[in-house]
Design a protein around this ligand. Sequence first.
Ligand code: B3K
Ligand code: ZN
Length: 876
Amino acid sequence: MRTDQPVQIRLEDYRPPAFQVETVDLKFRLEPSATRVTARLAIRRQGDADAPLVLDGVRLKLRSIAVDGAPLGPHAYVLTDETLTIPNAPDAFTLETEVEIDPQANTALEGLYMSGGRFCTQCEAEGFRKITYFPDRPDVLARYSVRIEADKAAYPRLLSNGNLTDQGELPDGRHFAAWTDPFPKPCYLFALVAGELDELADSFVVMTGREVQLRIYVDPGQSARAAYAMDALKRSMRFDETAFGREYDLDLFMIVAVRDFNFGAMENKGLNIFNSSLLLADADTATDEDYERIESVVAHEYFHNWTGDRITCRDWFQLCLKEGLTVFRDQSFSAQERGAAVQRIKDVRLLRARQFPEDAGPLAHPVRPSSYAKIDNFYTATIYEKGAEIIRMLATLVGDQAFGAGMDLYFERWDGTATTVEAFVACFAETSGRDLAPFMRWYEQAGTPEVRIEAVYDAAAQALDLTLRQATAPTPGQPDKLPLPMPVALGLLDLDGRPLSFVAPGADTASDRAVLTLDKAETRVRLEQVASLPVLSAFRGFSAPVKLSTDAPAPDAYVLLAADPDLFNRWEAGQSLARALILARASGAPDEVSEVRFADALGRAMQDQSADDAFKALLLQLPSEADLALEMAPNADPTLIHEARDGLRTRIAVHLSELLTRLHGEMQSDETFTPDARSAGRRALRNAVLAMLVADPHAANVERAHGHFAAAANMTDAMGGLNALSQLGGAGFEAALARFYDRWQAEPLVVDKWFAVQARAAAEDTLARVAELTAHPAFDPRTPNRFRALVSNFALNNPVRFHAGDGAGYRFLADQILAVDAYNPGMAARLVSPLGEFRLYRPDLAREMRRELGRIAAHPRLSKNVAELVGKALDD
Ligand code: B3K
Ligand code: ZN
């Protein structure tokens, strides 16, 4: 089906801006429904002499316009809904405009809007055009000064980027603050916040000895809950100095938490704005997972100061230049703080859960797309997560030293500019002396490569012959795929699990590990001096984002699960064993003997004294239903998958009942809560053990789950208990829910969890319950956190109920998309992807999914955001 699609913007059409803006003076007179914005821009022509000046502007009421102080008559400029054009602009001049905007009515939460009675902004990607007329593109870098005027009682704090240069009183109970940001920046990094906020203050001495003031602003009464974020910020600042040689540049760094925010957080220069769910935490109201996310997002936004703010993107096609790289940097930080193997497993789990399905569906796109209608639709797992994988491969391929030198070169060469992926990769080509042209294909080619490894051991020659093949399936618009250069980190073990040495091609000495490069469709490699029949451990640490299959005999995976020195592959072996067992069940042929063997292997792993609790918790979690759907594609049946996965869990719970019960008891702790990685690991393991135990819901286990919930002294344990009870359902779960709500109804972030646990419940009546909850007095679809807790969670994290056989889940989601699209297109568009995954599912389900996409497409008033995604999905 061909659908009408919004106009596409193309990378190949990129042209430098005709005009640069050198300085921007903004003056805000804040009123909730009639804010006046005066902008004085120093503009200089840099392109063609006859090019008109075209500024972006959306929903602005133009009050006045002047060039070099002289008001422009109505014939000197042209206004449309989206632009202001001055045909005969001088070469260098000052443009002054005054506009009126209505933050109160801004429900899209883009530009200047109100949240909880405060003003705040979100400009990335194209929100600044809703504040004033401006060339709203990232390659226009200017120095900003900002003056904010507002009622003092209602808006005691007035914040913007940079340093505070002036403040004072005004008549009529008003006041002002003036801010100057000395670093040139694109307008998407502009920020303003005004309102009543409590402050948490601290400071940090950077590596060259300068003291930087740190401030976190939160809702009144909440500052104690920002302590962990402050701690994470200081650790991030130190990490960027030690790992990347980058220190903070301004004298002040501020973070503000707001309740209404379309996504996680935003890296505005010197004034990060955060969704409060990613900033506020204490033991009573936040789980260890919340703490972990806060730590990584605080780091991510802080790291953007160099990768994003100091060096930004030339155009939005280069989004991965800042996002993939910054995710790579925050993952490196988390690996240091939380343990490399555990972090790697979590990162790969996320990649598989979110990015692999994207790559397998109609919305597949390259890490650097070549066209888009709404760039907001491209803040995807592909750009972020796969973008980070590319940087990781680059580091593996060129080696630590050339990678470090390449990063230094990048920072030095491109500081203060808006640049491209090519410019970035060229730095590593220079420092490593390698030809990285073929590597660019990772940025240009969509789809997950499938790699197959076949191994033949030649006992007489003591050699292992490996054949590695790669292929990538076609994706929309890219029927033919080229081979990609990828690092293959591997090692050998003997059948008893001891490391086995070998000589890799080109190596002078024997080792038990090597990194090979696969850069053709097929490569043959001979490993020499292999003393006995080996077990191959390939793609250690997930050295490339591929789907791997091998011809290894099944018992090899048990050797790896028990003994691989690479912990990632130890976990991976467990996952692949579990996957095979679940798929066997789903196909109606459970392999009971192997199930027992697998359960025994898990049991032994649980008793391994040398392993981290956090690692064991991950081992105990079976592959997700989404993961399994990918394996079963194009005939995935979510009901079968759910039942098969549950069935295996029950078998493990029964088989390991004694061990798990003992562990659950032993790991209980009365220590005061601390969010450190070791304590969090213990709680994660105990919660994972409970989740497994309740798969065998006999009376003692049910009682154990109730006990766990009732005795919880922190939110991590309470949620562990509540999640386990949700698996059991029935009156016990209802009572726990009621108690939970009673206790926490005044805490929005906890109420979000209350909605989320119900949306994720596998019970048959979940869809009806979710629909009912949309009428709950605490449900407000205009608050993104609340909406996501209920609706997005249902669609993304409850496959068995979302994919109900009668299509009711799809209808519900389509209705929600249409309703939300009317006031917040960005949020609505992010709900399209679960419907876009129809290629993976049974034909009858796929048909229903497409039908709902069609119904959305037929709606007379769709946003560009939703229209682009729905159109692409249907064109497939
Ligand atoms: N750069 C922002 C994301 C902006 C999303 C705009 N639709 C947060 C981040 O990646 O750090
Ligand atoms: Zn980012």
